[in-house]
Design a binder for this molecule. Structure first.
Ligand SMILES: Cc1cc2nc3c(=O)[nH]c(=O)nc-3n(C[C@H](O)[C@H](O)[C@H](O)COP(=O)(O)OP(=O)(O)OC[C@H]3O[C@@H](n4cnc5c(N)ncnc54)[C@H](O)[C@@H]3O)c2cc1C
Length: 460
């Protein structure tokens, strides 16, 4: 196997001494597994994959990589959608799968300390026994390290915030191997620069997260779910604005267009009405309080021509609804074998949400496209299935992508609400950030002077 010119066989032997031979692999299947995420972006093989077990091991690896100027790309579960963990400049992939310990659950503080490889669904299963949960819920089987690095969010962000809002303290290893503990265990702080916020969403380009203290939420005493269908996209999306500005605080507010519902019916054997649909959930203290909220939700929906309102859905049916919502991307992919997925992830201010969805529906009308997303956050996903080998068709897909992102920026929104920049969104960074992109470049140079941390990401 041809190695990166900067890595020699003797270097591999050195790395094996640092962590043990069994946790360093140059095997083809391991390298292939770590060459791509869930996106269409071109795979790139790393030279070597390593599975560290401790902060100390990560620090030693980074010290060595810094001296040798070898690229290092951290890896969670590889579920990203923008090529975020693809090792485009080869080098080392550090897979955190084996740093997966829940270190300390501090129930009375609503906090948990974890290693980065913990899978968030497993974490929530465990926390449920303490009456707690970690709210950001991206759906895929993501790790906490990957969620922090991408600032992931999900269906419950509308009430409880994105990952960034739930990080209190981090242990990070910088590119030169230095280890820092940043943040505190206090629920709030005005003490100096918000370094935890800086590392959250940095996609492994500033340093490596080896431990995190997460802020948790108590499980709600009562929960109620609502499914509402509407004759038009406009009716459904205007309802989102009306509910969000009414003083109600949904804990989930998802939009599915009729095409998504059709795919789910076919792929999952459902019988939902094939119309624009809102899925909502409300958390509260008592059933009575929630019923009052429900009456208000119902009146708002009816004022916007709602044609079916299924409210007060029981816990089992509700869980199934969210499970199905999480399977949207999978069902879309399964319905178009042989085609690749390009998924957009714009977010706009709520007042522009309805106009943005209307614009998108028009922009993708001649493509195989599905529109859905975390409506209560003004976050819209557009999944387009097509064949990148067909140059004409792929050019049309890219043109739609460009038009949609430009419109989101015109509406003072962002090119990515939660999937991160990775490889795919780099070209839009100038347009979105203008001169302030230079500030990000300076921060990058400060933390990573040799440009070895997940190179080829974020910056155009
Ligand atoms: C079906 C499907 C649905 C999805 N839905 C959502 C959704 O609703 N919301 C959402 O936000 N995302 C969603 N995603 C995208 C993805 O799941 C998230 O971005 C997730 O946070 C990625 O986590 P991961 O563990 O797979 O990380 P990876 O993909 O392995 O890595 C993500 C980034 O984090 C870096 N990284 C990983 N570990 C560390 C570490 N310890 N220190 C520093 N950097 C690190 C990597 O280098 C990379 O840049 C979805 C993906 C799929 C496939």
């Amino acid at each position: 196997m041809e190695l990166n010119p900067r890595i020699r066989q003797a270097d591999i032997e050195h790395l094996e001494k640092l962590v043990g031979k069994e946790r360093v692999s140059q095997g083809t299947s391991n390298r292939e597994l770590h060459s791509h995420d869930e996106s269409f972006h071109t795979p790139s093989l790393p030279d070597v994959v390593m599975w560290p077990h401790s902060t100390d091991e990560v620090s030693k690896i980074m010290k060595w990589a810094f001296e040798k100027k070898i690229p290092v790309t951290p890896w969670g579960a590889g579920s990203s959608l923008e090529g975020n963990p693809v090792p485009v400049e080869r080098g080392i992939v550090l897979d955190f799968q084996e740093m997966d310990k829940i270190l300390d659950i501090r129930q009375e503080d609503f906090q948990v300390d974890v290693q980065p490889g913990v899978i968030y669904k497993e974490l929530n299963k465990k926390l449920g026994r303490y009456g707690l949960f970690f709210p950001p819920d991206p759906g895929a089987s993501a790790t906490i390290g990957g969620m922090i690095a991408n600032n992931a969010s999900g269906i419950r962000t509308v009430k409880y915030g994105a990952t960034r809002d739930c990080i209190l303290r981090l242990v990070v290893v910088l590119s030169d191997g230095n280890v820092f503990e940043i943040g505190t265990r206090a629920r709030k702080s005005s003490s100096g620069y918000a370094l935890c916020h800086l590392f959250t969403g940095s996609e492994g380009t500033l340093g490596i997260i080896t431990e995190a203290t997460l802020k948790l939420v108590g499980l709600p005493a009562s929960v109620m779910a609502v499914l509402a269908t509407f004759p038009t996209v406009k009716d459904a999306t205007i309802t989102v604005f009306h509910i969000m500005s009414s003083g109600l605080t949904p804990s989930a507010m998802e939009f599915l267009d009729a095409e998504v519902v059709k795919v789910l019916n076919r792929d999952r054997g459902l019988a939902m009405k094939e119309m624009p649909t809102l899925l909502m959930e409300f958390h509260g203290y008592s059933k009575r309080g929630l019923e009052e909220e429900m009456a208000f939700v119902e009146s708002i929906c009816q004022n916007n021509n709602c044609s079916l309102l299924d409210k007060g859905i029981g816990p089992e049916e509700r869980n199934r609804l969210w499970e199905i919502r999480h399977l949207v991307v999978e069902s879309i992919k399964r319905s178009h074998p042989g085609l690749l997925l390009l998924i957009m992830d714009v977010a706009v201010p709520l007042s522009r949400y309805s106009d943005m969805v209307t614009f998108i529906k028009e922009a993708v009308q001649n493509l195989t496209a599905y529109v859905f997303g975390h409506a209560g956050d003004g976050n819209i996903h557009v999944a387009i299935m097509d064949n990148p080998q067909d140059e004409n068709r792929w050019a049309r897909v890219k043109e739609a992508n460009q038009k949609i992102i430009q419109k989101a920026l015109e509406f003072e929104g962002t090119c990515t609400g939660e999937h991160g920049v990775g490889i795919g969104k780099r070209v839009f960074m100038d347009l979105e950030h203008g001169k302030s992109l230079e500030v990000m470049r300076r921060i990058k140079r400060l933390f990573d002077p040799h440009e070895i941390m997940n190179p080829g990401k974020i910056f155009p």
